[in-house]
Design a protein around this ligand. Structure first.
Ligand SMILES: C[S@@+](CC[C@H](N)C(=O)[O-])C[C@H]1O[C@@H](n2cnc3c(N)ncnc32)[C@H](O)[C@@H]1O
Length: 192
């Protein structure tokens, strides 16, 4: 159940318009808790002292907690906000990472997979540049979030079921070592 999203430009446009107010919109109890849980999941599965890449770093919600990490994002405006905080963010496409194989020990990505039409390519790129493993999340198909997004007309958002995502990981020879569900979000950690 991994349908394609066709409006790639609209994702970029959406985040570029959203960049200035993104941080203030994410201080709600929902996002505060989600970000805390995602950071905890990251700490449980990644040695944060290793070489780390964040894919789709946005305004730097996670980069600010891991100052040695490198982030990429395809929205110029989101990257501008991250850079204004002196974070190591630059422009880049999740499906064409501009790094050599195994440049990092781990890569991670939160709240991005659901917006990438070719999510298989995104995962294979994350696996290619990571020597040890990857952590990411996706939006759970079987959730109230999926229903809400559907009625809100979220045409740039995809929702997936875990079996489809697991089969993508299997194709990439990634072994799932941890998984956690929180509301409409599903977090996965995998090792090479
Ligand atoms: C919901 S925000 C998440 C930002 C950050 N990871 C966080 O948790 O706050 C999604 C981000 O993914 C970025 N993004 C979406 N598709 C992308 C792609 N193909 N390549 C790089 N970045 C992408 C957007 O520009 C946006 O900054």
């Amino acid at each position: 159940m991994i349908p394609l999203i066709n409006k790639v430009d609209s994702v970029n446009e959406y985040y570029s318009k959203y960049a200035k107010t993104y941080d203030s919109s994410r201080t709600t109890p929902h996002f505060s808790k989600l970000n805390k849980l995602q950071y905890l999941f990251l700490k449980e599965n990644i040695d944060l002292n290793k070489r780390i890449l964040e894919v789709g770093c946005g305004t730097g919600e996670f980069l600010k907690r891991i100052p040695t990490a490198v982030g990429i994002d395809f929205s110029e405006e989101m990257v501008k906000v991250a850079k204004s905080k002196n974070l190591n963010a630059s422009l880049g496409d999740a499906t064409r990472l501009d790094f050599k194989d195994n440049s990092f020990d781990y890569s991670f990505s939160f709240k991005v997979f659901a917006h990438v039409p070719n999510c298989q390519l995104m995962l294979s790129e994350m696996v290619r540049v990571s020597k040890i493993g990857i952590v990411f999340d996706f939006y759970n198909f079987f959730s109230l979030k999926a229903l809400k997004d559907y009625f809100n007309g979220g045409d740039y958002i995809r929702h997936d079921d875990f079996n489809s995502v697991k089969s993508l990981l299997g194709d990439l020879k990634i072994t799932v070592v941890d998984e956690k569900k929180h509301k409409g979000y599903f977090m996965v950690a995998g090792l090479k």
